[in-house]
Ligand binder design. Sequence first.
Ligand code: GLN
Length: 452
Amino acid sequence: MDSVTESLRELHARIGALSGGEVASYIPKLAQADPDDFGIALTSMAGRRYQAGKSDTLFTIQSVSKPFVYALALSDLGPEEMLRRVGAEPSGEAFNAISLEPGTGRPANPMVNAGAVATTALVKAADPAARSARILDRLSAFAGRRLDYDEEVYASEAASGDRNRALAYLMRSAGSLEDDPYSVTDTYFRQCSVRVTAADLAVMAATLATGGRNPVTGERVVAQDVAVRTLAIMATCGMYDGAGQWLLNVGLPAKSGVAGGLIAVSPGRFGVALYSPPLDAEGNSVRGVAALTEMSERFALHLMQVPVHLTATVTDTVDAARSSRARDPERAAALDRDPRRIVVVGAQGDLEFTETEQLLNAVEEAVPAEPGGLVLDLTAVTVITAGPATMLSATLADLERQGHRVAVAVQEPFLAQADGHPGAWLRTRDDAVAWCEEQFLADTDTDGPADA
Ligand code: GLN
């Protein structure tokens, strides 16, 4: 058995012994859930799926649908319009609270029921049936398989959902809901009755963890900025009136549902989902909260935790490099006589702020005071984000102004992006060193020993 499954099974066995909590009963059909059902599932960025316990048991998604439908509405409306219609402030109130902004009637956030109903209404569609179809289709894309409805739970909620209808009517009278309240809540009940397993929810969560691409099917389900904003809302509002304490203890974007589902997202690592029907006073799964609290501690997942840098950025520095080019004796001798040195600094991995700062410190230390050559070997660099690219460019431009010959060795796709950046961009370290040598030789040919 692989080590992830083993650790999920161990966690499942231990947390499974926990009792306490109440299975939700305000939707009558939900009261029939088995309080002992308990499943855990995790999907990694590589799309690998790990499971323990009843991770293939079907249950209704309920409020775990909210972040995904929010992502859909956000894709439709864009960030400004979305925020104008539904707020982004944690209400600190229960999921079914009447949390509407005084004056505008705008719901506090899309994770409490009022905001979720308003969000459902914002999903673009010609009519309610088309809206439900689009929602089911997108939830399915997040899950990577065709989902369906639990008709009995839907009927049960539709027969008992007057509080949600009341919220919708209040919003309509306050001007924050345009559609027919009865019909919109019906669409919302349909969305809540979509059947999933913990294994499905883990894939859905992992799709947010990658920044919007389903790691199992490879489909881009939402744009990166939509995934980021959705996670931000989950982090601040996902756990209702337990949201603050959740961010404190677990430190991950999460969302719970009244049927006992719970997802959490560790951005860039994995999506995890739990299913266990008994809920605490805030409406969150008792075992789900306990299991995630432990996982977060054990794997150091808390978002506010200082990230660990496992690999060194600077791989090597060479003080006086020469290329492997075969040169005629005269030119070789000219290079030998040239007092200028070619310094190489090599780097690897992802260049974000901290890594780039390390690299630039190494460059500063290695570069000679008098003009010479500098080769930045970035052939083992995998990612350069926008801010760090600017830091690099500024440093290279500065070195050129000081009279240094600057060359950068990079692989595709960076090579294609060389335009507009200072320095000569070449494919290998040896090519870059040879380029500096040729600049030195050209200086010697034209003006005698170069002075710049
Ligand atoms: N359908 C449920 C409701 O609106 C969803 C609530 C929840 O999962 N917390 O009451």
